[in-house]
Design a protein around this ligand. Structure first.
Ligand code: HEM
Length: 490
């Protein structure tokens, strides 16, 4: 089996055609997300031609990162299905069904709340609900706060109206609102950014581990995130699978984007952790369980990013470069075998969202890599505010159904992923709250009794500490598509 990355002939990525922030993150301190609706369809293609001159390429984003430069603003444009249809009839050839149906139509499938008065029901979202589906989403990123993204990018025009603007910014402590470092784990993307033999987008830091970028970071073929490149083979973690195709030829070098505006109620999350720590503390084997430990077990990592599976009693602080060098059943990296979930609960957020070496009844270790996401989320709202705050969850992929929707539906929302009582992902696992019938989310802690038997302590999660309040499914076209067919020039 060829393991050398040179033998595998990883493709050269079209860095001048792929938009920035997909394969290389913008990573700026601030972003403004401007959700737009078209009000003059005739002028829209001309506006798109202007946008094409402003959009930041993958090359610019990559060079900025290499040189640690602080340029700005950086611009990205994504279109919903309705937006693309206003530009070309050939958008109908796109094959991805969830993209064409749109996020509000898929909301119930994703487990979102359905009670008519719930702020999480899609009809009540701030943006992206059935009557407020945007045609486009403009992202303007910079190191300084931006108040008017359209004007900053020089793209104000009477053909588009602003449905909603979200001012997003990394928090002073650098973590998300619950206080955890994020992101820590991302797939390493295969492919080269130039023709040099070693110009890999994600270099292998340890030459003895050529299937990884940083230790424990799987390398994934770029067709999982951008159309037109080899995908992951679901039987072989190393060799490439078929090329990803969106449908129309112009969709090459494009990507599908999920955006979820998720409110976070930090006090409710901490309240739950406090209640659970007191309850667990009454069990002799778990006496001394702290709130910090419960919080970490719910996420699967300590606030610093160190994985719980390593078995520390408290946060060891500053995670190193090998922060992802672990699995759950002892097949990957440094951590031991925790198949029973005694150290890191089975339903902990990161264990559910990517089970690593712990195969499921649905997935082998190889096919696990076909559900990966490139996450580019950023918080909105201030720390310690009484107002709204949360995460603007953003992720790129080439199949919404096999990637984002699978992770949400089959892993995070599935309380029986391994055993009958593992529970729901405590951060964003959902079960259509508000429907009639027993709709309760729960979470299981396991521990070993003094007599050696494994016991389960199941806690019901009655409060809601995350609520979906907006978003959409989008397509991020290539620069050539923006300059050509989408601006009426092809
Ligand atoms: C308010 C909402 C959310 C919060 C606060 C949150 C928080 C976190 C945190 C703290 C981590 C650990 C850092 C890391 O490993 O990168 C993480 C990882 C992750 N999250 Fe979330 N998350 C949220 C929503 C979601 C959603 C909606 C999904 C997908 C449907 C998701 C998928 C993932 C994945 C795939 C990982 C990486 C797991 C791994 O590779 O080990 N998250 N998240």
């Amino acid at each position: 089996m060829p393991t050398s990355r040179i033998d595998l002939d990883e493709p050269v990525l079209d860095v001048d055609d792929i938009q920035g922030n997909i394969l290389t993150a913008f990573n700026t301190a601030c972003e403004q997300h401007v959700f737009l609706r078209v009000v003059d369809a005739e002028r829209f293609p001309t506006w798109v031609a202007r946008v094409a001159e402003t959009v930041t390429t993958m090359r610019a984003t990559w060079e900025r990162r290499q040189r640690r430069q602080r340029w700005g603003p950086l611009v990205a444009i994504w279109f919903s299905y309705s937006g693309l249809l206003k530009l070309t009839e050939t958008a109908r050839e796109i094959q991805d069904v969830p993209f064409k149906e749109g996020l509000p139509s898929r909301s119930r499938l994703l487990g979102d709340p359905v009670a008519p008065d719930s702020p999480g029901a899609c009809a009540n979202w701030r943006v992206g609900g059935p009557d407020r589906v945007p045609d486009a989403l403009l992202v303007v990123a910079s190191e300084e706060p931006i108040t008017d993204g359209l004007a900053t990018a020089g793209l104000a025009d009477r053909c588009v109206e602003v449905l909603h603007e979200e001012v997003c910014a990394r928090l002073p402590h650098g973590n998300e609102h619950f206080g955890f470092r994020e992101p820590v784990s991302q797939p390493g993307v295969r492919g080269r950014v130039g023709f040099g033999e070693s110009a890999f987008l994600t270099p292998s830091l340890d030459p003895t581990r050529p299937a990884e970028g940083a230790p424990g970071q799987s390398l994934v073929w770029p067709g999982e995130f951008v159309f037109g490149y080899p995908t992951q083979d679901n039987l072989d973690r190393i060799r490439p699978g078929p090329r990803s195709r969106a449908g129309p030829a112009w969709a090459r070098n494009g990507s599908l984007v999920v955006v979820r505006r998720i409110n976070q109620d930090v006090a409710a999350f901490n309240r739950f952790a406090g209640t659970v720590s007191r309850r667990l503390g009454q069990i002799p084997e778990l006496a001394g369980t702290t709130v910090e430990r419960v919080r970490a077990q719910l996420v699967g990592r300590w606030p610093s990013g160190v994985a719980v599976v390593h078995g520390h009693e408290c946060d060891p602080g500053a995670a190193g470069a090998d922060v992802n060098d672990f699995g759950y059943v002892g097949k990957w990296g440094a951590a031991g075998d925790d198949a029973a979930g005694l150290v890191c609960p089975q339903a902990a957020h990161i264990r559910k969202a990517f089970p690593r070496d712990h195969e499921t009844s649905m997935d082998t270790a190889e096919s696990m890599e076909t559900h990966r996401l490139l996450r580019r989320g950023i918080p909105f709202g201030a720390v310690d505010t009484d107002g709204e705050r949360g995460l603007m969850f953003v992720a790129f992929q080439t199949s919404l159904e096999r990637q984002f929707e699978f992770v949400q539906r089959s892993w995070l929302n599935n309380p029986r992923l391994r055993t009958a009582c593992d529970g729901h992902d405590p951060l964003v696992g959902q079960c259509n709250r508000g429907m009639t019938g027993p709709q309760e989310r729960y979470f299981a802690f396991r521990y070993r009794r003094a007599d050696g038997l494994v016991r389960t302590e199941q806690v019901v999660m009655r409060e809601e500490w995350t609520t979906p309040t907006g978003g959409g499914y989008f397509f991020a076209p290539s620069l050539s598509a923006l300059r050509g067919i989408l601006s009426g020039r092809a």
